[in-house]
Structures are given as C-alpha cells and as structure tokens.
Design a protein around this ligand. Sequence first.
Ligand SMILES: Cc1cc2nc3c(=O)[nH]c(=O)nc-3n(C[C@H](O)[C@H](O)[C@H](O)COP(=O)(O)O)c2cc1C
Length: 215
Amino acid sequence: MSDSTTDVWETMSTARTIRRFTDEPVDDATLTKCLRAATWAPSGANAQAWKFVVLRSPELRAVVGKAAAHALDVIEPVYGMSRPAADDDSRRARNNRATYELHDRAGEFTSVLFAQQRFETASELLLGGSIFPAMQNFLLAARAQGLGACLTSWASYEGEALLREAVGMPSDWVLAGHVVVGWPRGSHGPVRRRPLSDFVALDHWDTPADRLTTG
Ligand SMILES: Cc1cc2nc3c(=O)[nH]c(=O)nc-3n(C[C@H](O)[C@H](O)[C@H](O)COP(=O)(O)O)c2cc1C
C-alpha cells in the first residue's frame, strides 16, 4: 500500500499531485503526522496563527463535494477542459480523467482546510506567507508516508462561503487553502518542471544565472 521514503530529496522531487485514491481511509496516526509536520513550518514572528480543520464527517464531506462541483464549473472553461473520450490515451486525456475523477468523488475523501488569522497590518499575501509553508510541510509529510494529496481551489469561488459556514470559521480568519488526502491508486512519481535556468537570475532581473546553476 505504502510507497514511503525518508529521503528528503526523493520526497520533494516526487511529491506530485495525486488525484486518484483507493477506498482505504486515511488512518489517524498518518494524518496526525502530516498535521504535526505542518506545525513545524515557519510563520511571521512565529505567531503560528493557523488552524487546520480536518473534514471527515459525512456532512462536511457533502459540503466539500458541492464546493468541488462549483470549482469544476469555474476551471473547466479556464483550462478548456472536457471529459475525455474513453479511447483517448493522450497525456492530456489521462490528466483530465484524473481531475474529473477527483472532483466527482470529492465527497468521499478526507481533506483539510488551512486557515490563517487576519492581522490588521498584514496584506493577504503576507498572511499567505505564514500559512503556505505549513501546507507544503503537510504535503511533503503526506508524500514521505506514501499518502497522496492534492491542493485544491475548492475553498475559493463559491465553495469558500459554503465551507466557512459549515465549519463555523470566524470572519477574522483567512481561508487559505484546501488539501485532499488519500492512499494513491497508482504511484508517486517525479514532478515535471521547467529548467532551473528559466527561473533564476543573478544580481539583475535580466541576467541569467547559468554560471551559478551549472557550476
Ligand atoms: C493554489 C493551488 C490550487 C490548486 N487547485 C487544484 C484544483 O482545484 N484541482 C486540481 O485537480 N488540482 C489543483 N491544484 C494542483 C495543481 O494542478 C498541481 O499542483 C500542478 O498542476 C502541478 O502538478 P504536480 O503537483 O503533479 O507537480 C492546485 C494547486 C495549487 C498550488
């Protein structure tokens, strides 16, 4: 069942998004390790003004299912997505098939909301900087244990109001993100990213850092 690893480089480079899960529930011990890892993340002034809400009851899962359906309505036209034909085996069709499966089955899985308390002086982006590292730690801990995970946008769009209401989130908290977890159907694998040279500059915005990154 579990494709686990303790190697940090393997963990980071193979923590790709998993959208297809078995029916096996995520046990409390495994989930707790992910949540504990989330608390090891940095936050501004070490304020740790975060809250992680595990969504597991049938009622909450039903709300997640609704939020996912709303999100799918939004992203389909944005990404030009449609349900692939049964005989289409292209990479795009396989990706889309997995994405549709995740959204269609959204109400069956355990997932976690990540929230950050608002502070008057901090912009939303700055607040995000105090919660996104926790989400990444959660994802890496999931991968290390062989668990699959998918960051979603379901707590945005119309789903935000639904989820805030359902969990009773106070208005002075920012709903920063949502992650689905489960045991993968299929395997973890290397992430696909553009070359490092596309992203790194040396001293000046327009100066490539090839000497640094290849040396
Ligand atoms: C902020 C954010 C929102 C995302 N929302 C969704 C989503 O709603 N549905 C989905 O299937 N994947 C979602 N993803 C996953 C991305 O599509 C995925 O991380 C990206 O394509 C890179 O693929 P990889 O993680 O397999 O390397 C989201 C990722 C991020 C960072």
